[in-house]
Design a binder for this molecule. Structure first.
Ligand SMILES: Nc1ncnc2c1ncn2[C@@H]1O[C@H](COP(=O)(O)OP(=O)(O)OP(=O)(O)O)[C@@H](O)[C@H]1O
Ligand SMILES: [Mg+2]
Length: 384
């Protein structure tokens, strides 16, 4: 098919996905609680969260493989709670995709179309188009056992693409690949997404995957014992990174994770006193801190905002003193775990040398870049 034909065929497939207050119980356990989430038409939405927080369950609900206990799920304008999987026009790629070992690549990709009764000419056109897009055109006669892991993964993607569904669902599709292949397939997926422009929900554990592929990312947490809503934050990757709504998101997004320290708000409602440092908080937090004078708050600072002390400290930075606990080199950078009193602080140094264990260390904390959270609710303090 010509690109123009592909585009017009897809123009009819507008598909937004809307979880309207959706819950899912297994027995008396709520796995998904009051999920309110809209995936826009043609959006690439990434779901991230710790193991067991319900990511796969959410995908399976969209696919129709899991019943919805409460609320409404819509695809387009249609409520699909009771629509059979085959009538939903979604294609799912699982983490453990099984190819048919006795069939060629061509047959593996064509199989689903044949059982749907598509005309042989149309099957052939779609398989060849997908094979071109995925760089499989020269491998169509091979059997799966004669393919690399990445090539097999592409065949699994091919099976989903030829369906030309309204929605793609991916459940950690790259997690079985080695590091190098993951990077390569990640780039291919990003290209594919641009080309196909199909509404996609993508589940991953991998932060880099989430940040590079997602138009927006949704951070989920387990419901816990008391059925708390899973959804913690939804937003563009950098928005979630730079303005996490609460301490859970702050801890979860970023690697190494954001440092979170309990600090005391001085009586003046302006200075923060932590283990081994004291500094004035940025003015944007003034209102929130004035209300908390003399009490504790959680201070968040990313490792890249903690530098080895400079002779000439940058404006807005606050000096902290501690000792080196662990130092790991990652090429251009050294990740230093410093001990400040009872607390640990992770810093990313430009690699000049590898600090020694137990060595005293001075750090410049970039106070302009700090995050503050309420000590009890762990919600981000209001900013102006
Ligand atoms: N059929 C089932 N019966 C009972 N509990 C289930 C069932 N399926 C899933 N669960 C539970 O629901 C929770 C969420 O599972 P789910 O597979 O959605 O998590 P996940 O976020 O995809 O995790 P992972 O990152 O490990 O894949 C888990 O605690 C799991 O044990
Ligand atoms: Mg899962």
């Amino acid at each position: 098919m010509l690109d123009a034909d592909v585009r017009s065929a897809r123009a009819e497939k507008m598909a937004r996905i809307h979880f309207a207050n959706v819950s899912k119980h297994f027995g008396s356990t709520a796995v998904i609680s009051r999920l309110e989430l809209e995936v826009r038409d043609r959006e690439f939405m990434v779901l991230v969260g710790p193991s067991g927080c319900g990511k796969t369950t959410a995908l399976r609900m969209i696919a129709g493989l899991e019943e919805i206990s409460d609320g409404e799920l819509r695809i387009g304008e249609r409520v699909v709670n009771d629509v059979a999987p085959k009538d939903r026009d979604v294609a799912m790629v699982f983490q453990s995709y099984a190819l048919y070992p006795h069939m060629s690549v061509y047959e593996n990709i064509a199989f689903g179309l044949r059982i749907r009764g598509l005309a042989p000419g149309e099957v052939d056109a779609r398989v060849r188009e997908a094979a071109n897009v995925l760089g499989l055109a020269n491998l169509l006669e091979r059997k799966p056992k004669a393919l690399s892991g990445g090539q097999r993964q592409r065949v699994a993607l091919g099976r989903a693409i030829v369906r030309q569904p309204a929605v793609f669902l991916f459940d950690e599709p790259l997690s079985n690949l080695d590091a190098e292949l993951r990077v390569q397939m990640r780039a291919e997926l990003a290209r594919l997404q641009q080309k196909l422009a199909t509404t996609t929900v993508y589940v991953t554990h991998d932060q880099v995957e989430a940040m590079t592929l997602g138009h927006r990312i949704a951070v989920l947490a387990p419901t816990g014992g008391d059925d708390r809503p899973n959804l913690q934050q939804i937003g563009a990757p950098l928005e979630v990174y730079h303005r996490p709504r609460n301490a859970f998101v702050a801890r979860f997004i970023g690697n190494p994770p954001m440092n979170l320290l309990e600090v005391r708000v001085a009586a003046d409602g302006r200075h923060l006193e932590g283990p081994g440092f004291r500094g004035a908080a940025p003015a944007r937090f003034a209102a929130g801190l004035a209300a908390r004078a003399g009490r504790g708050v959680l201070l968040g600072i990313r490792p890249e905002d903690v530098a080895e002390a400079a002779a000439d400290p940058p404006p807005g930075s606050v000096r902290a003193r501690g000792t080196v606990d662990i130092a790991e080199t990652v090429g251009a950078e050294v990740i230093v775990h410093a001990r400040l009193g009872e607390r640990r602080l992770i810093a990313r140094f430009k690699a000049q040398r590898l600090p020694r264990l137990g060595e005293p260390v001075e750090l410049d904390l970039d106070f302009d870049a700090i995050h503050l959270f309420d000590a009890e609710s762990e919600l981000r303090l209001e900013e102006h």
